[in-house]
Design a protein around this ligand. Structure first.
Ligand SMILES: Nc1ncnc2c1ncn2[C@@H]1O[C@H](COP(=O)(O)OP(=O)(O)OP(=O)(O)O)[C@@H](O)[C@H]1O
Length: 342
């Protein structure tokens, strides 16, 4: 449904040229939710703005629904853009219009009749759960409600594609969840293709089918969310995943932790589970293979689809500690001895 082929975009400022996108290619299939994640300045906004040609690439092709947008005249592009909706971090609602009239706006521009508009807008209000707020003005809405209005307005023209530019970045975690849930349900009900950009792995994990990681204007890696979360190849991807798993050493251990093994002390070991179901048996394996007991200090497990991944922090107790450590280092990612206790 969306194809970027070798898209390159640079910006010229007074004294330098900034390469915002370098030879970026990706494909978003119909009905898919595709997320692009990257740190600040990585090129996410430029990438999503290239899809509807709000930014014109210097080179490469942009194809949406089999139409090569990069070939079109301005007039043809204006028509095609109506089928590519976009929502933004700061909602971009018209403050002088009510909720109803904000959603009606694109339909008015298309010259639809009042009765058609009324029917369509009421359906959209129902879809985003805002029937009660039809007559309110944006200033009287919460951030989450404003984004719901923006989503309804974006859907008014029955778009083929919805672009989400950091759509939940201005929202608190609970509201973020409810907006992501709404986007997922719209994706499923309407089979709407969604391309989103974000700096939060949580967003990717919650609703995306596929993910691409962008770094300094280049795509570092891309694939199914399960595959990328459980078997990341690039350091930047590993960093994003680790930052979404935040387990801390409990205070009681922080105070008693030593850097040195005094002979009879127990190592505190942190390691990652990466989606291989056999790894979940780590505690019984350590005991059966080495008679080493693993006391769980802290753990965080997440699920993408039916695969689990996460991080585990354990205190190892027993005689064959070195063999147990070698086993963990071999079988699990990022095994790290944090220190010794006892
Ligand atoms: N209009 C512009 N003129 C000059 N440089 C620009 C322009 N737009 C973006 N850039 C530069 O291009 C690079 C990519 O910017 P972009 O906004 O796409 O990144 P981003 O990943 O969306 O960042 P953020 O998360 O901070 O919004 C940055 O170095 C930015 O400074």
């Amino acid at each position: 449904m969306i194809e970027l082929l070798n898209v390159t975009k640079s910006f010229k400022t007074k004294n330098k040229t900034i390469q915002a996108l370098a030879d970026v290619s990706l494909t978003v299939e119909k009905g898919e939710i595709f997320g692009v994640i990257g740190t600040s300045g990585a090129g996410k906004s430029t990438l999503i703005r290239c899809v509807n040609l709000l930014e014109k690439p210097n080179a490469g092709k942009v194809i949406v629904d089999n139409i090569e947008l990069t070939k079109l005249s301005d007039a043809q592009l204006t028509l095609e853009r109506r089928k590519i909706a976009m929502i933004f971090q700061h909602f971009n609602l018209l403050s002088s219009r009510t909720v109803f009239d904000n959603i009606a706006f694109p339909l008015e521009l298309e010259g639809q009749s009042k009765s058609e508009i009324k029917e369509k807008v009421n359906g959209l209000l129902e879809l985003v759960g805002l029937n009660e707020k039809a007559k309110d003005y944006p200033a009287n809405l919460s951030g989450g409600q404003k984004q719901r209005v923006a989503i309804a307005r974006a859907l008014a023209n029955d778009p083929k594609v919805l672009l989400c530019d950091e759509a939940t970045s201005a929202l608190d975690p609970a509201t973020t969840k409810s907006i992501l849930k709404l986007l997922k349900s719209i994706n499923q009900k309407l089979n709407l293709t969604i391309l989103l950009i974000t700096h939060e792995m949580e967003v990717i994990k919650t609703i995306c089918d596929k993910v691409a990681v962008i770094d300094h204007g280049k795509l570092a890696e891309q694939g199914n969310v399960e595959q990328i979360f459980t078997n990341p190849q690039q350091e930047i991807t590993k960093g994003f995943i680790q930052s979404s798993l935040n387990i801390e050493l409990p205070l009681v251990y922080q105070n008693s932790l030593s850097n040195i093994d005094h002979g009879n002390s127990n190592p505190l070991v942190k390691f990652m589970l990466t989606g291989n179901n056999d790894q979940s048996f780590v505690i019984s394996n350590l005991f059966e293979k080495f008679q080493v007991k693993a006391k769980v200090i802290s753990a965080q497990l997440e699920y993408v689809g039916n695969l689990s991944f996460g991080v585990l922090l354990v205190e190892l107790q027993g005689k064959n500690i070195n063999e147990a450590l070698a086993y963990l280092e071999n079988e699990y990612s990022n095994t790290e001895i944090l220190g010794y206790v006892g």
